[in-house]
Design a protein around this ligand. Structure first.
Ligand code: SF4
Length: 341
């Protein structure tokens, strides 16, 4: 049975029309689910008993189970159990500008980035839209907060689950849904070029981040399998198309890996690659894990890399380090849980 948390406002309107009810009931249902946050259909007190019985026949209304939670100073990491016993993670980060939540989009991931803990588990399945919406609702409910920024950068490649991700955005961005502004939502992709092209025609102003992590194909081939399918020049071309079409700035994510991609020469090459593109680079200190041989770059290398980009007029930030004490590398909480650590 379809979980109601995965149904868009538009689909609910169609549903009510098909059962000869007024479309505005979709708005009433959304208000109960996302504004009043009820947990069962019987609490929808402005909807007739007859319609509630019909909703119960056609939809389920249930949430996720919080299996494990690790709390750090400014970070809370969640492990959720799904109905089929698969496990996914979400990470809440408290910034001075608000609460940002990073959610998963798949169980496992097939993209095979070598530095990534999540990619050690091959993709089992895509997450349903409801399973992504519920990561947000569960965290908001558990911590009694509102999420101000959403990042699709947890386990999985969002563009490998494109339709469900778009439905997620439709639900959470809807004014009667969670009403999260589209400019506060960021989709991060490892570079699925055809999907980036499709996404540039999507009408909402959602941010796009590209996991680049290397200034050339030689390095990128060694750390990201996807580069053999969509090499850097194809990514840069599609990003230019995307910017032309949408007028939106793109973020390039760059994980700093010691001795792999963090030299001054690498920074100079990256500056040349990105010259003239309306973008900024987010340097990410690597979260080391015991299962993977990569090590994080030294502070000095990160600073030198940052300075080199700056001197070459590339907008750049260094991501604040969150939660190395709370298994914050994506996928770590799940592996530790399963290995009993
Ligand atoms: S970094 Fe992202 S795309 Fe790459 S394997 Fe990990 S989850 Fe998948």
């Amino acid at each position: 049975m379809t979980n109601i948390y995965g149904v868009t406002h538009k689909c609910l309107e169609n549903y009510f029309e098909n059962i000869n009810e007024k479309k505005f009931k979709a708005t009433q249902v959304f208000e109960w689910l996302y504004q009043k946050r009820i947990n069962n259909f019987d609490d929808m007190s402005n909807i007739s008993k007859r319609v509630i019985e019909k909703l119960k026949e056609d939809y389920s209304i249930h949430k996720l189970e919080i299996l494990n939670k690790q709390v750090g100073e400014d970070v809370v990491k969640y492990l959720f159990r799904l109905d089929d016993n698969n496990k996914i993670e979400a990470v809440l980060m408290r910034h001075d500008y608000g609460n940002s939540l990073c959610i998963s989009t798949q169980v496992g991931c097939n993209m095979g980035c070598h530095f990534c803990e999540s990619g050690r588990l091959k993709k089992v399945r895509n997450l349903e839209t409801c399973e992504m919406v519920l990561q947000i609702l569960m965290v908001e409910e558990d911590l009694n907060i509102r999420i101000s920024h959403l990042v699709l950068m947890g386990i999985g490649e969002p563009f490998d689950n494109y339709d469900n991700v778009i439905n997620l955005i439709e639900i959470i961005n809807h004014p009667k849904g969670i009403a999260l502004g589209s400019r506060h939502i960021t989709i991060s992709t490892c570079g699925l070029v055809p999907k980036i092209r499709e996404f540039m025609n999507y009408d909402k102003q959602v941010n796009l981040a590209i996991s680049l992590h290397a200034p050339n194909n030689e390095i990128r081939n060694k750390i990201m399998n996807i580069n053999k399918v969509y090499p850097i020049e194809e990514i840069i071309n599609v990003v230019k198309e995307y910017i032309n079409k949408t007028n939106r700035r793109v973020t390039f994510e760059y994980i700093m890996l010691k001795g792999v991609n963090d030299s001054i020469d690498n920074a100079l090459e990256l500056s040349r690659l990105l010259k003239g593109i309306n973008c900024y680079v987010n340097l990410i200190p690597y979260n080391e894990t015991s299962h993977i041989e990569f090590r994080k770059s030294s502070k000095e290398n990160i600073n030198n890399f940052y300075d080199t980009l700056k001197k070459n007029n590339i907008n750049v930030t260094v991501r604040r380090e969150f939660g190395s004490k709370v298994s914050a590398a994506c996928g770590q909480l799940r592996s530790n849980y399963e290995e009993g650590i």
